[in-house]
Structures are given as C-alpha cells and as structure tokens.
Design a binder for this molecule. Sequence first.
Ligand code: SAH
Length: 233
Amino acid sequence: MWRATVLTIFPEMFPGPLGVSLAGKALASGLWGLEAVDLRKFATDKHSTVDDTPAGGGPGMVMKADVLARAVDAISADRRPRLLMSPRGEPLTQTRVAEFARGDGVVLLCGRYEGIDERLIAARGLQEISIGDYVLSGGEIAACALIDACVRLLPGVIGKEASIAEESFADGLLEYPQYTRPASFEGRTIPDVLTGGDHAKVAAWRRAEAERLTRERRPDLWEKYLARGRGDK
Ligand code: SAH
C-alpha cells in the first residue's frame, strides 16, 4: 500500500482536506495510508521545544536538527523518499508527482517558522521540494498538495484512467476547454464540433485548443513541447 508519513508540529491538520472526496474515500477503503507524526514527541525538555533562535541573529526561530533527526530516524527504514517541503526546493511537477506515485509512498517533513537547521538536511539526505514560488507559513499545506496529487494517480482512486491520461500536463500541454449541458448558457453556446458526434473532429479540436492555450498562457511549457517534437515522445 502507498503510504504517506507526515512529520509536523500540527498533526491535527491531517487528514484535513485529504479526508474528503476521492482521496478520503480511497483512504477509508485502504487504497493508501496516512500517518501524521507529532514532532514535539521527539523533544527532550519539559516544554517540548522544537525550535531555537537563529545562529548569527535575525528574526524568527529555526527548527532544531537534533529533535527533527530523532523524528526522521523513528520512521521505519524503507525505500520511500524523504522529502522536506521547502520554498527553495526543486519545483514539484506532474512528472515528479507521477514518480512519487509509482513508488511505495513518501515521508514528508514540514517546516515552520524560519525553516530548519541546514545540518539536518545534509545529515539525513532530505530532498527539498517546493510547490511554487511563494512562501507558506508551514509545510503542511504543501504536503497536502503533494499527497493529493499523488493519491489521485494511484490505481483505483479515480474511476476512469482515461481522465488522467488526457488532463493538463499529461502530454506537456494544458487541458482543452470543457463544456456540459445546458446547450446555451447566458447566450453562450457549446462549440458545434463537440455536439456533432464526429470523434476524430472532436479529438483534433481538443488538440488544437490545448496547443493554443499552452502557447498563449505558458510559453515555458510550449517551448519544451516544441523541443520534444509536439508530443512525439
Ligand atoms: N525562511 C524560509 C521560509 C520558511 S516558511 C525561506 O525564506 O525560505 C516555513 C516552512 O513552510 C518551510 O520550512 C517549508 O516547510 C514551508 N513552505 C513555505 N513555502 C513553501 C513552498 N513554496 N513549498 C513548500 N514548502 C513551503
């Protein structure tokens, strides 16, 4: 079973949004597992201190390497990657998510305050992962985002495998526009090709729209797509 272990000072934030809808149902039926571990349990003083003032001065607090190391070491040695949620980490992409989803699961360390002692990252070989170029107040929401993106790729979690194969990023493009009934909404109609019943024309229209949206909105993705030879992998 694919398992996520989250190391956090706020274990009560889990499962949180991961407990509802597709991920929640899959969790309840044992398609994946989740464990939130309270970092404070690994503190040794009576106040359960997990942080201390930054060496060199400056604002805020830094999470302690010794306490966090005990927590990381308490997670049974297995082949799951040990990830640190971090704004300076490798940007999370759908390709990376798919790699994590194919494995046994993930161990996620959530920072708070100013971040964590650099020595822990080196000493435990943590891979730093960022969910975007903005700063959250803690790693928990980033961990939820990573887990959610992985869980929906696990076999049996989403009904139709096809809906995964066609969606945004699957082939390096953003997804084409979607429509459903009613046929007319505030005077706006559904493109004729989608209601005409010609599957080849529908596929061609969707491809063209996916390419147009990617070109207009994400020149970075568009360049990579062209360099790969337009989806020929
Ligand atoms: N002082 C740090 C930010 C600390 S934010 C810096 O400037 O880099 C506190 C914690 O929130 C981080 O340790 C990390 O675990 C989490 N976090 C914040 N932004 C994140 C992001 N974009 N992606 C992943 N984790 C993030």
